[in-house]
Design a protein around this ligand. Structure first.
Ligand SMILES: NC(=O)c1ccc[n+]([C@@H]2O[C@H](COP(=O)([O-])OP(=O)(O)OC[C@H]3O[C@@H](n4cnc5c(N)ncnc54)[C@H](O)[C@@H]3O)[C@@H](O)[C@H]2O)c1
Length: 330
């Protein structure tokens, strides 16, 4: 499968150094692939491999501009060492999944809130040019209005959402108090190659892909009419690259929705995947999940205006690329 045929930047990357935390994970490893493909001077990954596998790093290990640092963002010294000499940071390391955070609120806080602060303060210490971090659509909580606009949020529904909101609050303060350049990316249900189908907290698209390819019925939580703005990973990579290379941040508007701006229900999603795979397997419905929001759809106009973000790959094409990858790599 070939991704990233079109570069999302005009500047040369060869004189720039990038730290990607969580770079062994799904979104991080796609970002690493892009940066190396387009000639980044140096790409360093900091990851403790908690929810990812070293095999995501295998294609890059022999690249002269790539460095893998195994380390934990809960360790301040590791964060300091990782930031040393880096012009740009994309902070992707976190413990994902709303249900996992409900089962493990303390670990979620340690990694997603304290670990985040370690990274942010290390980037400040090392005078990083732009610190970009992964926030989440979960910060919209129970706010009912669609599409979601960055300034209209509701009550948070999970420790995961609290941890991501905490990131945004600290980032706002580090911009205004220390003059740092920071951009937060509120991802909406990102999917694509290298997303893990393993474990009890796996996301819906890799689970559906595995199910159709194994000819096994997948589970759908609740009635399946819940909707999401499913976002192909290349769009998230584009947002990270554009954000890192963008100009000074604004403390009040530093967070951007990163999505496609279209929504599909989980039932529609499954039908599309089944059709692409030529599968007739019927899904099994089970109880809906605690902490989940019913509907989600992003207004992406702020990211478009602020950094020229423009989704390039939409749901159907993204599903096809992802299914091809699962077929080849499972
Ligand atoms: N995938 C999505 O739909 C989505 C949606 C909203 C937000 N996000 C956020 O995007 C980021 C990337 O998510 P992803 O889907 O690629 O998840 P992922 O689990 O594949 O990647 C996260 C990476 O962080 C690493 N990590 C976890 N704890 C760590 C620690 N203490 N120290 C160092 N590394 C650690 C993991 O080993 C993994 O490689 C996360 O911050 C996540 O919360 C993802």
């Amino acid at each position: 499968m070939s991704m990233f045929e079109k570069a999302f930047h005009n500047e040369t990357l060869s004189d720039k150094t990038f730290l990607i935390t969580g770079g062994a994970g799904f979104i991080g490893s796609n970002l690493v692939e892009y940066l190396l493909k387009y000639g980044a001077g140096k790409v360093r990954v900091l990851d403790n491999l908690l929810t990812s596998k070293m095999e995501n790093m295998a294609p890059f290990l022999s690249h002269p501009n790539f460095e893998f640092m195994e380390g934990d963002i809960r360790d301040l010294d590791a964060c300091r060492r990782a930031c040393a000499g880096m012009h740009y940071v994309s902070h992707q390391a976190a413990l994902g999944s709303v249900p996992r955070s409900l089962n493990h609120p303390l670990t979620t806080h340690d990694i997603n809130a304290t670990g985040f602060l370690h990274m942010l303060d290390s980037a400040r210490y090392e005078k990083v040019r732009h610190f970009v971090y992964a926030s989440s659509s979960s910060v919209y909580g129970d706010h009912p209005v669609l599409p979601k606009r960055e300034d209209e949020t509701g009550n948070l529904l999970s420790p995961y959402a609290v941890s991501k909101k905490t990131n945004e609050l600290y980032a706002g303060v580090f911009i205004s108090a220390y003059g740092m350049n920071i951009t937060g990316l509120r991802y909406f249900n990102v999917f694509g190659p290298k997303q893990s189908p393993d474990g009890q907290y796996a996301a819906v698209i890799p689970l559906f892909m595995n199910a159709v390819l194994n000819n096994e019925p997948p589970f759908i939580d609740g009635d399946g009419n819940q909707t999401r703005d499913f976002t192909f990973v290349e769009n998230a990579v584009q947002a990270n690259v554009r954000a890192m290379l963008s100009g000074p941040a604004d403390a009040k508007n530093h967070v951007h929705n990163i999505a496609v701006g279209e929504r599909a229900s989980v039932n529609e999603l499954y039908n599309m995947i089944a059709e692409l795979a030529g599968s007739t397997v019927k899904p099994v419905h089970r109880d809906s999940r605690a902490g989940d929001i019913r509907d989600s759809l992003a207004d992406i106009s702020r990211a478009k205006k602020a950094m020229g973000y423009e989704p390039g790959i939409f749901l159907k094409e993204g599903l096809k690329l992802t299914l091809d990858w699962f077929r080849e790599n499972r």
